[in-house]
Ligand binder design. Structure first.
Ligand SMILES: [Zn+2]
Length: 435
């Protein structure tokens, strides 16, 4: 609870204010969707950051631009620039931070509407990145503005950030901001990441990710006399075969207690990202036994699995192949490790946002966990902020699809949820007759 329960009168005033603002919010969202902030490669990030920053400044935020200085992906051609605004309340704490990433994935094939046209039809707003997750950015910015325009003062402080590169790991985005003290437990109490959660669901966290590369080493020989060589492709074939027929069935028996959506992703899993080796596909072919081959794997692990065991299970499998075949030589390299995160469902942030959803929709939210990963890992692991969830109006299964859309009604309703949550967490009261 905040300093005091928010009265029904204040709640109704802010809901009316969100309704009044909704046309302004949706046309701002359309403009944001029209900026093609594509990742890769990281196009129009300055335009995206400034578009958000200008609105924050207009709405009274103290606004900062945060370029990811020192990171290799922050280049003159594709600068990585984040934006963060803060409105200081009567007290600096608690601080509620809304974060949304404004990078969008490539357009891809199969669109029947212009991907950056922000077309509205039948109550839906279409465009690449609208559900994932520019609608969330619009909802949180206008939710707080609706509070101000209703003549209500928040007691704690509000921050809003627009960040880059979530789709490619968030290292120049939320990770950078957390590492440089912009988001962290010394200043931040609650973080709501406005990713698409479906408007009446709250996402508490995500599974773990382990990307690794296995390289096999053979011996080159003439392709007409392969018995003189050792095929590294045959070796990686054995690895893939063992994964398909032994490891995958084992992983399919491990199920998390976390409410991962979709339910099919509640099991431990592994996917082959790429296979390489031998003659280049595009090149002129010569008859050679491949001396080097390999594959890159994406292992998703559960909160219930220990990472060291996840890794040693792979090593044991490779050692088993080596024991059976003296010619089997391999090396293994870790490419990315993301540990699972899961916010306590009894914490103040989760209970407050759940109550807000109940108020707006008349039903308790479904609490979920993500099969993938998103910037929560950086907020929790680098920023050490325990109370972090994802909540936003976007439709989760619209993310990255052709003809991506978001329901306008959802943007409006989620803004109400966000406004009520902010008032409950930070405390709220009418301005003293000064408006
Ligand atoms: Zn996203």
């Amino acid at each position: 609870m905040g300093e005091q329960a928010v009265t029904v009168n204040l709640q109704e005033a802010v809901f009316r204010s969100v309704e009044t603002l909704s046309d302004e919010m949706i046309s701002w969202l359309q403009e944001l969707v029209r900026i093609p902030t594509l990742n890769p490669p990281g196009e129009n990030y300055i335009a995206g950051a400034e578009f958000i920053g200008n609105k924050l400044r207009e709405f009274g935020y103290d606004t900062h631009y945060i370029p990811a200085e020192g990171l290799p992906e922050h280049t003159a051609q594709h600068p990585r620039v984040n934006v963060l605004g803060r409105i200081e309340g009567a007290t600096p704490r608690p601080t509620l931070h809304f974060n949304g990433h404004f990078d969008v994935v490539p357009v891809g094939e199969g669109w029947t509407v212009p991907p950056f046209g922000a077309l509205i039809r039948d109550g839906k707003l279409y465009g690449r990145g609208v559900s994932d997750q520019k609608a969330g950015i619009a909802a949180s910015i206008f939710a707080i503005e609706a509070i101000r325009r209703a003549g209500i003062r928040l007691h704690g402080s509000i921050e809003q950030s627009g960040s880059v590169d979530e789709e490619s790991g968030g290292f120049a985005g939320v990770a950078y901001m957390a590492r440089h003290g912009w988001i962290g437990k010394d200043k931040t109490d609650f973080v709501i990441i406005t990713e698409p959660s479906d408007v009446d669901r709250v996402c508490l966290g995500h599974r773990g990710v382990y990307w690794f590369k296995v390289t096999t080493h053979g011996r080159i020989a003439h392709g007409s006399m392969p018995h003189f060589g050792i095929s590294a492709i045959d070796q990686i074939g054995d690895v893939l075969n063992t994964i398909t027929h032994k490891l995958k069935p084992t992983l399919a028996t491990r199920k998390t207690a976390a409410p991962v959506q979709p339910p099919g992703s509640r099991y431990a899993s592994i996917n082959v990202n790429s296979v390489f080796g031998g003659q280049p596909e595009e090149g002129t072919q010569t008859p050679c036994v491949a001396h080097r081959s390999g594959a890159i794997f994406d292992r998703r692990f559960l909160a219930e699995e220990d990472f060291d065991q996840v890794r040693s299970e792979i090593l044991a499998m490779l050692e088993g192949l080596k024991a059976k075949n003296p010619d089997f030589k391999y090396s293994m390299e870790d490419l990315m490790i993301v540990h699972p995160v899961h916010t306590d469902e009894t914490c103040q942030l989760v209970t407050t946002i759940s109550d807000s959803i109940h108020t707006i929709f008349g039903r308790r939210p479904q609490l979920t966990a993500s099969p993938g990963t998103y910037d929560q890992k950086h907020v929790v692991r680098i920023g050490d902020v325990a109370q972090c969830v994802a909540y936003g109006p976007g439709i989760l299964n619209q993310a990255h699809l052709p003809d991506e859309y978001c329901l306008i009604e959802d943007v409006v309703n989620s803004a109400k949820v966000m406004a009520l949550t902010a008032m409950q967490l930070l405390g709220a009261s009418p301005f003293n007759g000064t408006r």
